[in-house]
Unconditional design. Structure first.
Ligand code: KG4
Ligand code: ZN
Length: 398
């Protein structure tokens, strides 16, 4: 197979991310600028601010990674060596329209610079699908490269879904959220509790939850009676909000109550722990259901990939580690040097639905340029493969 070097550009939400990756799986250079702090005060990503922040850094980031990848120093010198660039891959959606445009135009500028006066062939422009990039990135890492078909639990601020990856370009949505994503729920609850969410609501809530009892509050597990793989967090969020309000009321008018955390840290921690338990239980239960469905409908599914910002949650990782053990699957966790063999469980065996549960390395769970470049490489490879085969047209004998 031919080898490729691809520049990936990601600007679909609040991370400006670029990377240069080779088809051998080498990350030649990468850079990410996060906007967490810009949006923290607003309770969500503000599209106009996000666009501006992308615009401010994108060209410089691209310049930097190209220079690093092609080992050049002075501004613009990469053009001479960047003939080794085979393609520029850009996230074209889904995402915030005005932010996606920033990445697209930046890609166009790179291509224009590389083309003007160059003798080598113009790099290919590849538009990539954001979700496909999340799904494919584990194929770049680790000792074990998940083969199609595989199952993906994608859990972040923007996404909450179960995807069946059949092959390149063919994904079935087995379930998605009916309202909020799980990351949004973590972020909202963190704010309601009065946590400082500057570094992300999820991590702050996870930390507070360590001080609390996960069974102190009996919030209902969402969609328990619905026999599908969808998610919902609106009802749980309301139940948690009411519990917080109830706790705060205990302090009546005597205290100027601004947040529960200030007046009763233990109650806040108990609520955080209980919310975390229930929301993770929901993710877990839906995933088991999807795996069960695969057993009859897609018996070739041999791996489950858990990705997205929420996959950083240690409690979630612990739960999926237990699942791996129960079912005798291997577990490939964040550092990827590990490939734990969980098959020592004697009760597993025939019940095994898949061979492995895979967590991509943490920094590639969240939005990044590497996953975009890699999705571009897989696309190029497929084009290559297709070129070597007889085209359907040529087989037609009239
Ligand atoms: O993938 P990501 O960086 O960006 C989006 O595409 O949204 O995910 C960010 C989301 C946020 O909602 C954040 O609160 C959540 O992932 N998150 C966590 C944890 N770390 C990040 N949620 C729960 N526990 C964590 N440790
Ligand atoms: Zn994403």
């Amino acid at each position: 197979a031919r080898s490729y070097v691809v520049l990936g550009i990601e600007t679909s939400c609040d991370d400006t991310a670029v990377a240069v990756v080779s088809s051998e799986g080498r990350i030649l250079a990468e850079a990410v600028v996060k906007q967490d702090r810009i949006h923290a005060h607003y309770g969500g990503v503000v599209p106009g601010l996000a666009r501006k922040a992308h615009e401010q850094v994108i060209d410089e980031l691209i310049e930097r990674v190209l220079c690093e990848a092609f080992a050049c120093s002075a501004d613009g010198v990469w053009i001479q060596s960047a003939h080794r660039l085979d393609a520029v891959a850009v996230t074209m959606g889904p995402g915030l329209e005005i932010c996606l445009r920033v990445g697209f135009h930046a890609a166009r500028r790179v291509l224009a610079r590389l083309t003007s006066g160059a003798t080598s062939p113009r790099p290919t422009f590849i538009s990539t699908h954001h979700l496909e990039s999340h799904c494919l990135v584990p194929r770049l890492f680790g000792l074990y490269r998940p083969a199609f078909p595989f199952l993906v639990l994608l859990v972040s601020g923007g996404h909450c879904m179960l995807l069946l990856a059949r092959e390149l370009g063919a994904y079935d949505v087995l379930g998605s959220t009916l309202d909020d994503s799980v990351g949004e729920a973590f972020d909202k609850i963190a704010r309601l509790l009065g946590l400082n969410v500057g570094g992300g609501g999820g991590p702050a809530l996870e930390q507070l939850a360590r001080e609390g009892s996960p069974f102190a509050f009996d919030f209902p597990i969402p969609l328990k009676k619905r026999p599908d793989c969808n998610f919902s967090f609106a009802g749980l969020k309301t139940a948690v909000r009411m519990a917080i309000e109830h706790e705060v009321k205990q302090y009546g008018a005597s205290i100027e109550v601004t947040n529960l955390l200030q007046v009763n840290r233990q109650a806040a921690a108990d609520i955080a722990a209980s919310f975390q338990r229930v929301s993770l239980e929901h993710l877990f239960e839906r995933t088991r259901r999807a795996l069960h469905w695969c057993r009859t409908h897609e018996p070739n599914v041999r791996s489950l990939i858990v990705s997205g910002g929420v996959a950083a949650n240690l409690e979630l990782r612990r739960r999926f580690g237990e699942l791996a053990y129960d079912l005798g699957w291997r577990l490939q966790d964040e550092d990827n040097n590990h490939f734990k063999n969980a098959t020592s469980n004697p009760d597993s065996g025939s019940d095994a639905l898949a061979d492995s549960i895979i967590f991509p390395p943490l920094r590639y769970c969240t939005d990044n340029g590497v996953m975009v470049a890699w999705a571009g490489i897989e696309r190029l490879q497929r084009l290559d493969d297709a070129a070597g085969e007889p085209q359907p047209d040529s087989l037609e004998v009239v």
